[in-house]
Design a protein around this ligand. Structure first.
Ligand code: HEC
Length: 179
């Protein structure tokens, strides 16, 4: 084989190598490794989980819906916490707080013989189930300056049970709200 023929073969080999290289680069551009934004395995469920934990809590059900499911017997048991300061029996007088017989539908701060805070006297209106619900969620946040020293009941279901029980403490209970 003379040098000319060798050059031809060498040229051919080189050209093939070049083509292979170019193909490699080109396919690397098209099918290159996908680098995840965060190191680690990419699990398809990961982003969904993230949104689930970061999502705001589902809004609480409206009070009338909760009241429809409430249980006054459970409420009576839960109201033992209120009983430290309140009487529930008909005709009973005040303790640390005013008596609660007939409180649903009663005018706010209206029991004779109990010395209400100026804050509660200034609130006005009547104790609807909705107003009681707001008050016992966080008394000091609802009526700034109230002297009701109760931290609040955080569970909407438990509050509904308590209100359902308070609703029974009446000679003439107000109608239940329709869900
Ligand atoms: C640590 C004592 C204490 C506890 C516990 C307590 N209360 Fe009271 N509550 C009071 C006082 C004191 C007042 C009067 C507040 C004022 O004048 O600012 C009051 C006022 C009220 C009033 C307004 C009554 C009116 O005549 O205007 C309602 C309704 C009420 N409480 C419901 C409840 C319920 C329901 C619970 C239990 C979930 C409860 N309270 C637990 C001390 C308490």
């Amino acid at each position: 084989m003379d040098s000319f023929e060798f050059n031809k073969i060498a040229g051919g080999v080189l050209a093939t190598l070049m083509m292979t290289m170019l193909l490699g680069i080109f396919s690397g551009m098209v099918f290159g490794p996908h680098i995840p934004a965060k190191p680690g395995y990419e699990l398809p469920s990961a982003p969904a989980q993230e949104t689930a934990t970061n999502a705001p809590e589902a809004p609480a059900e409206p009070l009338p819906v909760l009241l429809a499911k409430a249980d006054p017997a459970k409420g009576q048991a839960l109201a033992k916490a209120c009983g430290a300061c309140h009487n529930f029996e008909k005709g009973a007088g005040p303790k640390v707080g005013p008596p609660l017989y007939g409180v649903v539908g009663r005018k706010v701060a209206s029991m004779d013989g109990f010395s209400y805070s100026d804050a509660l006297k200034a609130k006005g209106g009547t104790w609807t189930m909705d107003e009681i619900n707001k008050f016992i969620t966080n008394p000091k946040a609802d009526v700034a300056g109230t002297k009701m020293g109760f931290a609040g009941e955080q569970s909407p279901e438990k509050r509904a049970d308590i209100i359902d029980y308070l609703h029974t403490l009446s000679d003439n209970p107000v109608p239940m709200p329709k869900p």
